[in-house]
Design a protein around this ligand. Structure first.
Ligand code: WTA
Length: 652
């Protein structure tokens, strides 16, 4: 790991923060691991319980852990009602800016009123505890309002990223059996309206469970409204009455709060299910530990609420902490390449939680776009979604942070609910190393294992495992507890398998090295190669497909498809374009293959499995590497010939 193992460098101890030895953080971590019951019974007091819990963790049926099992609470009460009693009532909860520059603000009180109205609408539609509500919205204020209203009536939300296709929407909505769909006519992208309801309309005939569709008017573009089923959001809220109030349901700590579909190693996305009490406690504390936001902050997490980062760090964590969050609908380089920096200056954003892909894109645009703005309101920078390479880290630190602001690189996953490994400005600022997510947060018992399940020495690459439960962990996979057990606790029995490679340095710092499985991170979006492969083979011209990630200077990686055609079909530019379009229609634009390479056959092992390692080597131009293991897979001569042949076809 020579170029990754940067020694501790005083230069990256930001001068505005007091750096201590790391002792306090270490002590806190040890306490949390030694006595999780005591640790969490204290921490859980930060949120309001309708019925206090008598037990912190029920671990009698692993891996189905139950946090605060007999406690009861409501998450919308914690995000809103409890702020009604004090000074936060009239404080801004959200400042929202749309793609076209329009700005809307909501105080906690205003948000509370809107949430109550929508909750009343849900009640009037007969939504009961445990019913699912699907959400297909762009980042507009109605999105967090819908989540909070769902939680208020005890429903379970499932947000489908608004860029997903009709097919992807229907798969997810049908898997969870949602009764209501909340969507919008459209949203704005690069200054132009794009349709959302039209996509939903294509999916609705295949979503028999959906009884009602509530439509937010965002763009005003013409859309179809089906009599009796579709209703405008504004009309629905008006019918609830201006002063609607809905008593928040008392939820058991382990009642599900949401299902969020995410990609794994099979073709079907997994419905990751999160609960109420453990998740909220984790959301609250992880944000406090990592960023320590205060009442003075304007906090901006750039993630779309369609992904976990937006769920936890645009909705539940900031609102339960009572801080002011900034939300942005749109594109980072519209109308100009300084959109972020211009907004940070105009709104006085003080915490920027961004992504490596965005940083690399801004590096490409040139630093003049950032330096022409006054960014002095910023006090903390964050990063999430993929490993941040040291060059991007240093650029972020120098150009945006003016060599003063800490970079909080948070490693975590949809499944973990919140941050797991991260610097902790809220405990004591961890000394930083460019490109490292640093150390596990309290209660995160992380280790790095080799294939055999042995903990590896510092400097050796392995896969990250978590050895004890933590409050934010997923509860199960919706309707598929077996898959939950196998996927996460089957590889090393009883331990949580993350699917991420990492190396630990001699100081115990974690350096993440990407996925160990067939999951891609394209611009931070999580996409399963098998999902892309299934989409491709569904096309009549395709007999077999293998999709691999190829390194990309901005997006981290991009999908490249190797495709074998059925007899009767010839490779052509038209077919290539058609296959790309086909994937966009099947999954959505985020899954667009960067290239489609037509090949005569795919390299296979003796047992018939596609040799992914060989394809990866072909793409990166790297040598084949260790042939001793390849030997088990087939004849070396054949493999070398295939490698050379594929390299030739790729360069065409
Ligand atoms: C990757 C996003 C390195 C990782 C929160 C993980 C990261 C996957 C980081 C989860 C980071 C996320 N450094 N890698 N700071 N943050 N990842 O479920 O591969 O969309 O497994 O959750 O993103 O992606 P997901």
């Amino acid at each position: 790991m020579s170029d990754n193992s940067l020694p501790f460098d005083e230069k990256y101890c930001p001068s505005t923060a007091t750096i201590s030895s790391g002792q306090k953080r270490k002590e806190d971590w040890e306490k949390s691991i030694k006595n999780p019951q005591e640790y969490w019974s204290e921490k859980a007091k930060a949120i309001d319980w309708f019925k206090p819990f008598s037990k912190v963790l029920d671990d009698s049926n692993p891996p189905f852990y139950q946090w605060f099992p007999d406690g009861e609470l409501n998450i919308s009460y914690n995000a809103l009602d409890r702020h009604m009693k004090g000074v936060r009532k009239n404080k801004l909860a959200y400042i929202w800016e749309g793609e076209m520059g329009e700005v809307k603000t909501y105080t906690y009180y205003q948000l509370y009123r809107e949430v109550n109205k929508l909750a009343k609408v849900f009640k009037d539609y007969g939504i009961k505890k445990g019913d699912r509500i699907a959400v297909f919205l762009p980042v507009i204020p109605e999105l967090p309002i819908t989540l909070l209203a769902t939680a208020r009536v005890g429903g379970v939300h499932t947000v489908v990223f608004s860029g997903f296709s009709a097919e992807a929407l229907a798969d997810r909505v049908n898997d969870c059996g949602a009764r209501i769909l909340v969507t919008a006519d459209g949203s704005f992208r690069r200054g132009k309206p794009v349709g959302i309801k039209d996509n939903a309309d294509r999916a609705l005939p295949n979503m028999p469970n959906v009884e009602k569709v509530i439509v937010v008017k965002r763009t005003g573009q013409p859309i179809q409204m089906k009599e009796g089923r579709d209703v405008w959001y504004a009309d629905a809220l008006a019918s609830a009455g201006a002063n609607a109030y809905v008593e928040p349901e008392s939820m058991k700590s382990c009642d599900p709060l949401f299902i969020l579909y995410t990609s794994g190693t099979t073709g079907k996305p997994k419905g990751v299910q999160h609960g109420t009490g453990g998740y909220l406690v984790w959301a609250y504390w992880t944000l406090k530990w990592a960023f320590n936001p205060t009442d003075e902050d304007i906090y901006w997490c750039v993630a779309d609420i369609g992904w976990i980062t937006g769920h936890t760090y645009n909705v539940y964590a900031p609102l339960s902490l009572g801080i002011t969050a900034f939300l942005f609908e749109g594109t980072p380089d519209y109308p100009a390449q300084d959109r972020w920096w211009e907004m940070i200056e105009r709104h006085g954003v003080s915490i920027l939680y961004g992504t490596p892909t965005a940083v690399r894109m801004f590096m490409k645009f040139g630093e003049q776009w950032a330096t022409k703005h006054d960014l002095s309101s910023l006090r903390l920078l964050g990063s999430v979604g993929e490993p941040i390479n040291p060059e991007a880290w240093k650029w972020y630190y120098r150009v945006i942070g003016k060599e003063k602001l800490p970079i909080i690189d948070t490693w975590w996953q949809t499944e973990t609910g919140g941050f797991m490994i991260s610097p902790a400005a809220g405990i004591e600022l961890t000394p930083l190393k460019p490109g490292s997510a640093t150390l596990p947060l309290p209660s995160v018992n992380a280790d790095i294992f080799d294939e055999k399940g042995q903990s590896v020495q510092p400097g050796t690459k392995g896969v990250v495992v978590i050895k004890s439960p933590w409050p934010g962990m997923l509860q199960t996979i919706w309707k598929d507890p077996e898959r939950f057990k196998q996927t996460y606790f089957g590889k090393f029995p009883g331990l949580y398998y993350s699917g991420d490679f990492a190396i630990r340095d001699p100081d115990g710092y974690f350096w993440f090295l990407g996925r160990a499985d067939e999951v891609l991170k394209v611009a931070g979006h999580r996409i399963g190669t098998t999902e892309l492969e299934s989409a491709l083979v569904a096309h009549p011209a395709v007999s077999e497909a293998a999709v691999m990630g190829k390194e990309d200077a901005v997006k981290g990686e991009v999908p490249v498809a190797f495709v074998v055609l059925r007899s009767g079909f010839q490779p052509s530019e038209e077919l290539r374009a058609e296959l790309v379009k086909h994937v966009r229609v099947a999954i959505g634009p985020i899954a667009t293959p960067e290239a489609v390479v037509f090949v005569n056959k795919l390299p296979k092992t003796r047992s018939g499995k596609i040799m992914r390692r060989l394809l990866k080597a072909v793409l990166s131009g790297a040598p084949l590497g260790d042939t001793s293991t390849i030997e088990d897979e087939g004849s070396i001569e054949d493999i070398k010939a295939t490698y050379n042949d594929l390299r030739k076809q790729l360069s065409k």
